[in-house]
Every structure is written in C-alpha cells, then in structure tokens.
Ligand binder design. Structure first.
Ligand SMILES: [Cu+2]
Length: 264
C-alpha cells in the first residue's frame, strides 16, 4: 500500500482532498508508537487514499442517519487493534495527525480545518477488554474540549489549528481499568445550505489503553457513541463564521456532546 506507484496514482486526487487527515498513531509521554499499532484500524472504503495508504476521508454528518452511524464511534469501519497500551493516570497521551514518516510532506498539514477538538474515554465493561469491546452502551465521558479565541472581527481560531502532535492528559482520578480513548476533530468549514445540505465533517479515532495508578472518580456525564449529539444541533449545520450571528450561541461557550468530566 505504501508503494511509489500508489503514491503517484493518488497525487491527482489531492487537489480536492489534501486537506483531509487521519489519526492513526499515538504517543505516550516521550515514546511514539506505530501506525495503527494501538489505534483501531479504519477499514477500506470507496473513498480516496493518501500517499501512505490510509483511507483519507472525513465522516460527513449530512443526513439525520449520519449522526447515528456506527462509524462515528471510532471512524470508518474501524476494527480492533491487537494491542492495548499501558498508561498511568496523569500521564501525557495523545495522537499524531497522519504519519510521522511524512511529517515534511506537503500533504502533512496537521488538523487542517477550523473546528473544535474533543476527547472521550469509554470504559470497557466487565467481561470485555479493550481489544474486544465494540464500544456500545452508555460508557463514554468527555475528558477534553477546546474553544477558539476571536479576533476583532469575531473570527474564531481554534488552538488545535494545523497542530500535528496532539497531547492530552489521562485524568488523575479516573478508575483503573481498560478504556477506549477517542479523539474527535470536527471541521466546521464544510457547511453548505440546501440543495447541497452538507454539514460538519468528523475525524475520529480510538486507541486501546489500560490505565493504572488512577483514583476513585466517578466519570460522567456518561453518553453513548454514536448518540452523544443530535443531528439538528446548529453546531453541525451553520458555517463557522456565521454560526454566532445565525444562532444565539457562541463558539467559545459550548461544543457538541456532554460537559467535560469534572474529575470528581
Ligand atoms: Cu478535509
């Protein structure tokens, strides 16, 4: 899949797609890990592939049923990884965008869309492991979200924009156990009104982790994935620069999904 032939064959399609990205690699403290080593591998699709052979397409939330697609849990046709990464509460853990090996490539632009970045953890229920839990049920809680700053014209800029290495902190008080760690970046520059009716794009991946050194917290509010957000939410439909003037909401006040767990 990583052949030069494929790279050459796909270059032609980059004109319209080179701003898409995928999140297949994690790091833990100072250690980097491999491509889809601990992250659930996105499956083949009819969509385009980047020069290192990954499905290189966003998830679209254009129709009501799109918000409930199973792909919104861990990405396109995601399949179990066969390893689970041991981390400790309080550790730094995060994702690389695309592929470290292509860090200097013109196709490597980090999170090359405006929009909020969120992270969730899903606690693996009893009887399952991070390697075989589908991710179903009310087991997910949000541990991170970011908000934009706005300039004098109210133009929002998210702190994650064009970032290639994305660190999070495993919450100190999370109970020991196995989890899926889910990263979600939303493109809010893709909205077009009817008749196109195109809405937000999602970029999602899940890593399999095992947490030790945690606490006695009771994470919540709990939600399901998919199911954490409503298709009708204006955040999914209003172009980012008109969102605040066409709704009574503000980019720096709320994101999709539940509140971030307060740690208690
Ligand atoms: Cu894109």
């Amino acid at each position: 899949m990583r052949s030069l032939l494929l790279a050459a064959a796909t270059v032609a399609s980059f004109a319209s797609t080179n701003a898409h990205y995928v999140l297949p690699e994690v790091f833990h403290n100072d250690v980097d890990y491999g491509h889809w080593e601990y992250v659930r591998h996105h499956g083949d699709s009819k969509y385009v592939y980047n020069s290192w052979g990954d499905n290189f397409e966003a998830l679209y939330i254009d129709k009501p049923e799109d918000a409930l697609k199973i792909d919104n849990r861990c990405g396109f046709n995601a399949t179990f990884a066969n390893k689970t990464l041991a981390v400790k509460a309080g550790d730094t853990f995060g994702f690389y965008v695309n592929d470290k090996a292509y860090a200097s490539s013109q196709y490597q632009k980090g999170l090359y869309h405006p929009g909020p970045l969120t992270a969730y953890m899903g606690r693996v229920p009893e009887g399952k492991t991070a390697m075989d839990w589908e991710g179903d049920g009310q087991h997910w809680f949000k541990i991170y979200e970011d908000f934009p700053t706005k300039d004098a014209t109210n133009f929002p800029t998210w702190p994650n924009f064009e970032v290639q290495k994305i660190p999070f902190v495993i919450p100190k008080n999370v109970p020991d156990g196995e989890y899926l760690f889910r990263i979600e970046h939303m493109n809010v520059n893709s909205m077009q009104p009817l008749p196109y009716n195109s809405a937000a794009q999602m970029y999602i991946s899940c890593a399999q982790i095992s947490v030790s050194g945690g606490g006695t917290g009771n994470p919540g509010p709990l939600t399901s994935m998919p199911g954490a957000y409503e298709y009708d939410d204006p955040i999914l439909h209003q172009w980012f620069y008109e969102y605040e003037t066409k709704t009574d909401m503000a980019w720096d006040k709320r994101n999709l999904g539940p509140a971030v767990w307060n740690g208690s």
